[in-house]
Design a protein around this ligand. Structure first.
Ligand code: ATP
Ligand code: MG
Ligand code: MG
Ligand code: MG
Length: 469
């Protein structure tokens, strides 16, 4: 069976042999880019090379980049545990041409790698092209010998990539693998395309224009290539699995979870085990790259992911911290490729244990409150925003955790009501600041409340809170 390590190496070696510089993964926290939460694609570390702001001693590169999609424009958090193909943390294999080769060579390389190096059967593959990109259709026909019904035209932004409102942009072409007729789901572009039968494995972006303003677009003098293939998705195919969570890496992490929790990953426990394994990876990789749990920004996204995993562990019966016990299994699986995990292991274990201990003091009671609030309600009901806010404010439940908890019951949260309650809290905090003459801004209030623990901190007027200030 092909290991992740071999699959990754095959990709990098193929492009290395074909004139690409093999570039190591950048950290997950983008360097010099405050607008982006986390690196979410292989091209991110090369952004300035594409725009011409930065020069490198090579014009073609290849990498296996650590990516997190758990917030911002790409947020796959809600997909985890429910689709066969999404993680919050994954590795994106990519090849890049900075004004060097273009469409024809990119398609040639992709087809050769997928069908020859990886040996996928051509009749299981489909591609999409942007509806206005006739050139790509012609090239797929010529290079891959695909018949027209296997080259699907898509007219939505799914097949037109742009870096932002202005800047480089262009059509893309996605390669899909057909996992077989016994799996529900339709081909790309069809009404049931979201099923798990046809899975996108590789996205080729043809950067050929520059958007100067909303209505002015010019041809780039030197068009470029940016591609991304999910390592776990290609691994699933090469290991004969139809679900990313069944590849060896996840099977081993889930086995470790089963033994720590004493619950088999089957029936209703399956999704929770998958969520735990996925979130273990994203939280550990984020912390190894310097993110610490906190109440704002990147640290809050990290804490939200952790707490979601902890709720799932609780669902499986955990009464004491368990996530930290899984770090060792993650290290065994990924430490060789990512030595930062090995180095960070003690810190990862300590932080996870502390975070889980702390959250467990309120988790059970919060879930009790949620039970009460939804007793007697049926599927389709909407939880009042006030209740969701109380769970957030008193029990430390991030909004998305409450939403995740309600999902199994088919219920949602009144998000606008939640925001209103949050705003009211903030303005009350501000008002009390004026009346008490305290100079601390609301942010400090939240930070202190957080330090003291949501259930203990009583606000400006509570002795405990005052003591901490
Ligand atoms: P999908 O439509 O399946 O959500 P995408 O079009 O959002 O994927 P791209 O932005 O094109 O994904 O990323 C390039 C490749 O990275 C995808 O073709 C896929 O193989 C992989 N990928 C994207 N998102 C994820 C994810 N959340 N988990 C695992 N692999 C992913
Ligand atoms: Mg996506
Ligand atoms: Mg897609
Ligand atoms: Mg895509």
């Amino acid at each position: 069976m092909a290991s992740l390590r071999d699959i990754r190496a095959t990709f990098l070696d193929y492009f290395g042999t074909n004139g690409h510089e093999i570039v190591p993964s950048s950290p997950l926290v983008p360097q010099d880019d405050p607008t982006l939460l986390f690196v979410n694609a292989g091209m991110v570390p090369f952004k300035n090379v594409f725009t011409g702001k930065e020069r490198r001693p090579y014009t073609c590169a290849t990498s296996s980049q650590k990516c997190v999609r758990a917030g911002g424009k790409h947020n796959d958090l809600d997909n985890v545990g429910y689709t066969a193909r999404h993680h919050t943390f994954f590795e994106m294999l990519g090849n890049f041409s900075f004004g060097d080769y273009f469409k024809e060579k990119a398609i040639h390389h992709a087809w050769e790698l997928v069908t020859k190096e990886y040996g996928l059967a051509a009749d299981r593959l489909l591609v999409t092209v942007y509806s206005e990109d006739e050139e790509a259709r012609v090239l797929w026909r010529k290079i891959a010998g695909l018949s027209d019904d296997r080259i699907i035209s898509i007219s939505t932004s799914d097949n037109f990539w742009s870096m932002g409102d202005t800047g480089p942009c262009g059509p893309c072409s996605e390669i899909f693998f057909d996992h077989g007729a016994d799996i529900p789901g339709g081909p790309p572009g069809s009404p049931d395309e979201d099923g798990d039968r046809f899975i996108e494995i590789w996205n080729l972006v043809f950067m050929q224009y520059e958007q100067l303003s909303p209505d002015e677009r010019v041809n780039l003098p030197k068009p470029s290539i940016d591609t991304g293939m999910g390592l776990e998705r290609i691994a699933a195919i090469l290991q004969g699995k139809h679900n990313n969570y069944e590849i060896d890496l996840f099977a081993n992490l889930i086995r470790a979870g089963e033994s720590v929790l004493g619950v088999k990953a089957e029936g209703t426990a399956l999704a929770s085990h998958r969520v735990i394994a996925d979130h273990l990876r994203s939280t550990c990789f984020l912390m190894a790259d310097g993110v610490s749990p906190s109440n704002e920004g990147r640290g809050y996204v990290l804490r939200r992911i952790m707490r979601r995993a902890m709720r799932h562990a609780h669902l499986l019966g955990a009464t004491e911290p368990v996530m930290w016990k899984l770090v060792e299994a993650l290290k065994v699986e990924m430490g060789e490729a990512y030595p930062e995990l090995v180095q960070a292991q003690p810190m990862l274990e300590d932080t996870l244990r502390m975070e889980e201990e702390r959250f467990q003091t309120t988790l059970g009671r919060g879930l009790g409150l949620l039970e009460e609030a939804t007793a007697g309600l049926s599927s389709g009901a909407v939880l009042p925003g006030d209740t969701a806010f109380k769970l957030y404010d008193t029990y430390g439940f991030p909004l998305d955790l409450t939403q995740d908890a309600l999902r199994a019951k088919g219920m949602t949260v009144d998000e606008a009501g939640f925001e209103t309650a949050m705003d009211k809290q903030r303005s009350d905090a501000r008002a009390s600041k004026f009346s008490s003459g305290q100079a601390a801004p609301a942010e400090v209030w939240f930070a202190v409340r957080d330090k003291a623990g949501a259930s203990k901190f009583l606000g400006y007027d509570g002795e405990e809170g005052r003591g901490k200030l």
